[in-house]
Design a protein around this ligand. Structure first.
Ligand SMILES: Nc1ncnc2c1ncn2[C@@H]1O[C@H](COP(=O)(O)OP(=O)(O)O)[C@@H](O)[C@H]1O
Ligand SMILES: [Mg+2]
Length: 170
């Protein structure tokens, strides 16, 4: 986090297959999904152009966001991860859950390091964390020239959209 704040984070770029990264990150969360009794569903084209990115950082982004989806969703819910070309010709990834949601007045705050959401909810109070997953996901996405947007409704779920610019398509 401090390297990002000092703007000295360097990307190790290679050709990235986003579909493969999404499947790998989802698979790495299998244990968590089973424990939470939340299903992860993946949807996206079987072939998508590669893009230039840092595979390790992007994997961390996906792990954090899928992990949050699993962590903040009640048993029986689901996390849907969709990927594909964006309207602007770049790559888009959406991680949407049917979880507890984030209060609108908390959305800005939870993107700041060490901030954690709603302690009004008994379910969320049982969850431990440092409050770094979302800020890191945002910082790593922005380091690729991308954006991270949050849409959420309390009691309905949260949807995080990542968009990476067309200039990164190989
Ligand atoms: N998918 C989600 N659904 C509901 N709340 C979320 C979700 N993702 C993040 N949050 C809220 O944002 C806060 C910050 O997230 P994060 O930085 O990953 O920290 P942590 O998971 O360690 O608490 C969380 O404490 C939680 O309140
Ligand atoms: Mg987290």
């Amino acid at each position: 986090m401090s390297r990002i704040e000092a703007r000295t984070l360097e990307l190790r770029e290679s050709k990235v297959d986003m579909g493969a990264l999404v499947r790998m990150a989802a698979h790495m969360n299998d244990g968590l999904a089973r424990e939470a009794k939340v299903e992860v569903k993946i949807a996206g084209p079987s072939s998508l152009p590669h893009f230039r990115g840092d595979e390790l950082r992007l994997t961390q982004v996906l792990l954090n966001l899928i992990g949050n989806g699993l962590k903040y969703t009640l048993a029986g819910g689901e996390v849907r991860v969709g990927y594909g070309l964006s309207a602007a010709g770049g790559i888009e990834v959406t991680i949407a859950d049917t979880g507890v949601g984030i209060h609108s007045e908390d959305i800005e705050r939870v993107q700041v390091p060490f901030a954690r959401g709603d302690n009004r909810s008994a379910f969320v109070r049982t969850k431990e964390g440092l409050g770094l997953g979302l800020p890191l996901a945002k910082a790593f996405t922005e380091a690729h020239g991308g954006t991270l947007k949050i849409a959420s409704r309390v009691g309905e779920g949260t949807s995080i959209t990542l968009e990476f610019p067309a200039e990164r398509i190989v």
